[in-house]
Design a protein around this ligand. Structure first.
Ligand code: HEC
Ligand code: HEC
Length: 290
């Protein structure tokens, strides 16, 4: 069986790769039955039936929130306790700030962040003009450079993540619903292939950890399904908002592999595929994780 092979591979490496000495132990705790309601009013679907394309792989999909400790879970239940909401507030301010040579703010063309509530659940999404799959950050960079005469921002930079946090915050509770057919399909297939590719000295794929071993412990971490419905995530580990691509990068690096850069076409494809594995979970960002 695949898992046994993986475990023995990992075990064989354990003597040299000490970080992974205790790969996949049973969980020390389980918070998988808690329910998430934000501010006592926004009901978040953190567990639901898997989308049809996951037949044979997963029957249920679960937000990473379910795998966090009680304390970390609680931080997301109230906006005053969620440090990621400071980023969202900064994003709302940025939205009204004039930037670039045209003297415009986002508000000149968009009716406020709330008017873009359908964005977070449906991105990454095919962009007809650019003939490629676009992430939210790619779209914002186009608006900055082409519409406002402002500088492009680095992928997963503070400003970009603040915009993303503001956009996510107005979509909380809406189901993730990225399109995987039509012109986006070949990008989705590329992302799917990456998801099942084994990386690095540990020879582990995303699926080895997040599909076959979620619920188990890896080092001190309770493994989730690696869903992206909570992005951007405020991580207690680095005390800031984190983008999905930066997370992918960290996960691949943990397998001791060369990785791709945030904003690379590879990670755009992977983001689309991973997002589609969460179709049906609520948008939850900015979320809190460890
Ligand atoms: C060696 C095991 C391992 C591999 C391989 C791995 N990850 Fe992870 N990943 C983790 C751990 C541990 C965490 C933190 C705990 C958690 O949420 O699962 C994590 C977290 C994540 C998260 C954040 C989930 C959340 O709710 O915030 C995402 C997204 C993710 N991984 C995606 C991926 C993708 C995509 C790949 C393949 C490129 C991958 N991971 C490969 C171990 C792994
Ligand atoms: C001068 C007008 C203009 C300004 C200023 C502008 N945008 Fe846009 N924006 C557009 C147009 C036009 C589109 C649709 C374009 C397209 O589909 O390529 C768009 C699309 C978007 C979308 C995707 C909407 C969707 O439904 O898919 C987002 C998100 C967005 N803009 C965010 C921003 C942000 C954030 C700012 C400020 C940094 C901004 N825009 C500034 C004109 C503007």
């Amino acid at each position: 069986m695949k898992i046994n092979k993986m475990l023995s591979t990992a075990a064989a490496l354990a003597s040299t790769v000490t970080v992974f000495a205790s790969v996949f132990a049973l969980p020390a705790f389980a918070d998988e039955d808690a329910e998430l309601v934000i501010n006592g009013e926004i009901e978040i679907v953190t567990k639901t039936a898997a989308p049809a394309h996951l037949d044979g792989h997963l029957s249920e999909i679960m937000s990473g929130w379910r795998f966090r400790s009680d304390d970390t879970q609680a931080m997301e239940m109230d906006d005053f306790d969620n440090p990621g909401m400071l980023g969202a507030e900064a994003g709302f301010d940025q939205f009204e700030t004039v930037m670039g040579s045209e003297g415009k703010s986002c508000m000149d063309c968009h009716d406020g962040v709330e008017s873009l509530a359908n964005v977070r659940p449906t991105y990454p999404k095919w962009n007809d003009d650019k003939e490629q799959v676009y992430t939210i950050q790619m779209q914002i960079n186009d608006c900055l450079t082409e519409q406002m005469g402002a500088d492009a921002q680095k992928y997963d930079s503070g400003m970009m993540l603040n915009f993303e946090a503001a956009l996510a915050s107005v979509s909380r509770g809406m189901p993730m619903n990225v399109a995987i057919d039509g012109p986006a399909q070949s990008t989705w297939e590329q992302g799917k292939e990456m998801y099942y590719t084994r990386y690095g000295q540990l020879d582990l794929s995303c699926a080895n950890c997040h599909e076959q071993n979620y619920g188990n412990m890896i080092r001190a971490d309770h493994l989730s399904q690696g869903q992206t419905n909570g992005f951007p995530t405020y991580r207690l580990k680095n005390a800031k908002l984190n983008g999905a691509h930066s997370r992918f990068k960290g996960c691949i690096r943990d397998t001791r592999a060369e990785t791709f850069n945030a904003g690379s076409p590879e990670f755009v494809a992977l983001e689309l595929y991973v997002a589609s594995r969460g179709n049906g979970l609520s948008v939850e960002g900015p979320s809190v994780r460890n």
